[in-house]
Write a protein of this length. Sequence first.
Length: 308
Amino acid sequence: MAATPIRVVICNDDGPPNQEESPFILPFVEHLEKKGWHVTVCLPNSQKSWIGKSMLIKDRIELSYYHRDSHEVSYHQRQANDFVLLSGTPSTCVNIALHHIFKDHSFDFVLCGPNFGRNTSTPSTLSSGTIGAALEATLCRKKAIALSFPFFSRDFKMNEIQNACMMASNVIQQIYEKDNWPINGLFNINVPLVDYDCPVHVTQFHQAYYGSLFKPLTDTNNTDNKEGVNGGSVEEQVRLASESGNEPGRTVFKFAPNIKSMTNTNDAVPGTDAWALHNKYISVTPMIASYEVAKLDQDYGVGSLNKL
C-alpha cells in the first residue's frame, strides 16, 4: 500500500518567483511535487523580508495568481497549480490561506520558505518574515517549519539549488515522520547552498547584535547617495542650514544594514545555528512561539510600589 503523500501549504517572505529576490521557491516546489508531495502555495505578491510577524491592519488584502507556465500574474486562476498571491505580509498570507482560501483543505504542516539567504542568530530570526509566517501558523495551532537557504556567493548554480532542495526535503521528511514537535513550537532550518551533502546538527540561536540599519539621504532622486546633495554629512547640512536660517532639505532614510557585520560567525559558540552555518552544516533549531521570560526571582525595583 502506497504511503500517504505529505500535504503542505507553503509561504515565503521573498514573494513570487524572480531571479533577483526569490529564486528558490519555484525549484523547491517542483522538487517536492516530484517527490509526490501535495503542495499548495500562498505567497506575498512582493518582497516582504525583515517584516517579522507583522500585519498591516489598515490594508485591504488583494488576491491574485502567479501562473507557473507563463510566469504572468492575473486576478483569475488558470491552472490548479497556480500560486496564490496576496498583497499582505507573510503572516497575513498564512492566516488567510488557512482560514479562508484553503479552509476546506487538510495540511500536515505549514512550510515557510525557502528564504533567500540565512535566518540564523537573533537579529535575523527576530526580524524574519519567513519565521514570522511559521510563528503565525503555530498560533493557528498548525505544525510549522521555517526553511532558509544560506548562500556564500551570489554566483550560485542550479545544481546547488537542487542539492539544497534535496537535503531540505530529506530533513523535513525525517522531522515529519518522527513527529516529535516542540509543544507550542516549530523548527527553524538552515540548509547551506552547496553541491555536496552536509551533516545535520540540532542547534540553538546564536546571540548577536546590530547597530544602525538605515542610512540618511537628502537627495531622494538618488537612493544610492551616501552623502547629502552638496556633499558632506546630512547632520552637517542640517546644522549649516539652521545657522543660516534656511530651511534644510528633505531627509529620508534608506534601509541599508551592514550585512557583513551581522553575519560574521567567527565567534559563534559551538552548538549554535551560526556555528553550524560557519562550518556549512545544516542547522535545525527547535523553537517556541513565545518570547522568553527573564528570571522572575530578580529585584526589578517595582515590588516596592506595593508597599506605598
